[in-house]
Design a protein around this ligand. Sequence first.
Ligand code: ARG
Length: 269
Amino acid sequence: MAKHRRRDRKFRLTLTAVVAAAAFLPVAAAAAPSSGARPNIVGGTEASISDHPYAVYLTDKNGNQFCGGVIVSPAAVATAAHCAKAVSRAELRVVAGRQDKRTNDGRTVSVRDVWMPSGFTDPGQGDDVAVLKLSQSLPYQAANLPGDESLYAEGTKATVMGWGRTADGGARSDVLRSAVVPIVSDSSCRSSYSNYDSRSMVCAGYPQGEVDACQGDSGGPLVVGDTLIGIVSWGDGCARPGKPGVYTRVTTYADEIRSEADSSRGVFW
Ligand code: ARG
């Protein structure tokens, strides 16, 4: 086991070096960073799918990426309800194991069934979670679901990732990006957003903004280690001061996610 880990890490480092070297020339030429502009999720860095094998994205039938998602069992992906509603089930695709949208890496699978809380209306009202039951199982590591509230303590450093916009109003990323954001207290988030609901939501971000998820990242994971604590849901713009990102609070739905994910098997295998 330890031996395998070490070999994986070596491979990953080599891969990272190769990707970094390949990416460096065009990026360095294109992205002369001007005053405070951060060419990244917003304010993040390029991430490796081998570090986050549970990170997936959703496309329509033409292959256009519109949201993120996270593998929670071999044949189930959690995402935001507003993502699951955006495209009809028959046209929805999950792309897993692919770091760079421009490649054919990994797997593309269709969706057999969708679960979401019956009361969901829009992200600002909470309950922004869905489970996509896949038509095939995926050979990638699932994220863990949280057992308790301990990972939601104010200041806990969590990692958000996705293929969404790299600036407020900007273009989507071709590659997976991640950023570290601290958990914000319920009282602070309530002062940012009058409709904040501490039962169904959790906020993360810095007081000065600068680092955040953005459009196209919705449905994607907010993790501590490999434990899924949040799902990208909404925010006022992206990375604005005093306006942290709002995430679906996964502990509130963990039992339902688990039972829906467990029910997504045994039909085809
Ligand atoms: N609703 C957006 C989406 O569909 C995600 C917004 C997240 N915004 C934020 N500032 N964290 O992709």
